[in-house]
Design a protein around this ligand. Structure first.
Ligand code: SF4
Length: 468
């Protein structure tokens, strides 16, 4: 997915006017939020598990070199091959060279945000390899040449009506097809894809250092087929996906689906430890693990931002964010959107093109409240804002306005005269005790949805003097 985070404001304005997007977002986020709330309330020790998982992730990040080394040793002990890529270009080169060396013509892929991050599909196509997305949401997007807008619901921005029309155009299903008819049509195409593919590419929800096991969670069964039917399996992960022990995994498997989809457990959990053994009848003949940095080392080395790498990509912060609920994921201009995107994107891509993202928050704190690994998202957003100001990246008008305010506020004579004039004008121009946009057009839109009581006739200081 190409980066367009520098256009956040224009993207957001466009999203707010898109009625179909508003309908799709309203339906989906409300459902996610409601289901999460019920699922979390039903698990008595959810808060304890949050604490535990936050500590495990923080510890792993503090000793990441040790755990990565352990992971590599154990994957290799199981017969797998491990590759490291410093950035997206190197990652794509490794994958396409692997494909070329093994005469791979077609690839089936399960949902992997890191593969979106590095634009793997484009690289495969350029190398003459045909990728097929097998997660239903990702398949819809591939059919429509569209990009994901949510970590766990990539096609969340599309209404059922849009998908019905798309399937009619591309797969010939009736225009009034119901959901089972649409999924059957997709299943027919995907089934052929699984049977023909030479390589399966998956992500990795967790990689267990002590055993070399890759853990994958899903609801559709496509990951199982992606990782077991083709003759090669390649798992791609960001270097932060490691956890130390198998013993840690159940806690993550309890909080992830509850936070993501409001399920008690994901329908399928796959634990993959290398390729098939000699005495096993099925499974891939070779297993490769590609570990990608792509800016993560810089975030890891930044003590203030490191916590962002704890993210287990549940999507709960997106669903609960009042800004994401209105503008959706595409407005953020990259793979990771919502509060975690507003924190991670500047970390991975740099602040220069992304400094608007941390501004896209009311700092209501909902994201931090729901995060299952307790990432202090509001604090990290403020940290990015602070750095934007320090580097002179924030909006010039804002800078001038804050500078003017600071100057006036430090001059008592100016301050008293200014506030007196302001109160006088506001009293004259208010209607029924409230300010309206008629007196200050620049605030018209803001005031059209908010009550702004006119300031009192006398200031607090004046009243204080009177009461003395
Ligand atoms: S930051 Fe927390 S809530 Fe948001 S996606 Fe990551 S783990 Fe989930």
């Amino acid at each position: 997915m190409k980066v367009s985070s520098q256009n956040f404001k224009a993207n957001a304005r466009k999203a707010l006017k898109d009625q179909q997007l508003q309908t799709a977002l309203g339906r989906a986020t409300a459902q996610f939020v409601g289901k999460r709330k019920t699922a979390v309330a039903a698990l008595k020790n959810f808060e304890d598990l949050r604490d535990y998982c936050a500590v495990v992730k923080a510890h792993t990040l503090d000793y990441l070199d040790y755990y990565l080394e352990q992971l590599v040793d154990n994957v290799e002990r199981l017969g797998g091959e491990v590759h490291f890529a410093a950035d997206g270009n190197e990652a794509n080169r490794i994958v396409t060279e692997l494909a070329r060396a093994n005469n791979v013509k077609t690839v089936v892929k399960s949902k992997s945000m890191v593969s979106e991050e590095i634009q793997l599909n484009e690289a495969l196509e350029a190398a003459g390899v045909t990728p097929l997305e097998t997660d239903l949401g990702e398949y819809i997007l591939q059919l429509d040449h569209d990009a994901p807008s949510h970590i766990i619901g990539p096609a969340i921005h599309k209404t059922k009506e849009q998908v019905t029309k798309l399937f009619h155009d591309k797969l010939g299903t009736p225009l009034d097809a119901d959901i089972p008819t649409l999924t059957s049509a997709a299943r027919r195409v995907l089934r052929d894809g699984f049977l023909q593919a030479d390589m399966g590419i998956s992500g990795a929800n967790f990689a267990v250092a002590e055993t070399g096991t890759i853990a994958l969670v899903e609801n559709e069964g496509n990951i199982r087929l992606t990782t077991s039917l083709p003759r090669m399996h390649l798992a791609i992960m960001g270097l932060e996906k490691v956890i130390p022990r198998l013993h840690d995994l159940p806690a993550f498997l309890a909080i992830l689906p509850r936070s993501a989809t409001g399920q008690k457990a994901s329908s399928y959990v796959s634990l993959i430890s290398g390729a098939k053994r000699e005495d096993e009848p099925e499974g891939p003949e070779s297993f490769h693990l590609l570990i990608i940095d792509n800016g993560r080392s810089a975030v890891l080395a930044d003590p203030k931002l490191r916590a962002a790498l704890r993210c287990i990509r549940c999507g709960a912060c997106l669903n609960s964010c009042p800004v994401y609920q209105q503008v959706g994921g595409h407005a953020y201009g990259w793979v990771y959107s919502g509060p975690i995107g507003a924190v991670l994107d500047p970390g991975l891509l740099g602040l220069k093109d992304t400094f608007n993202l941390p501004q896209a928050s009311s700092l209501c704190g909902a994201c931090g409240e729901v995060c299952p690994v307790k990432i202090p998202l509001p604090e990290l957003l403020i940290e990015h804002r602070r750095r934007s100001v320090e580097r002179g990246l924030s909006a010039k008008t804002e800078k001038v306005a804050v500078g003017a305010f600071a100057f006036i506020a430090s001059q008592p004579v100016l301050w008293n005269a200014g506030t007196k004039m302001g109160r006088f004008a506001a009293q004259r121009l208010s209607k029924d005790g409230y300010l309206t946009g008629d007196w200050l057009p620049v605030l018209k839109q803001w005031l059209s949805e908010r009550d702004f009581p006119a300031p009192a006739k006398t200031s607090f200081r004046e009243r204080w003097e009177e009461l003395k």
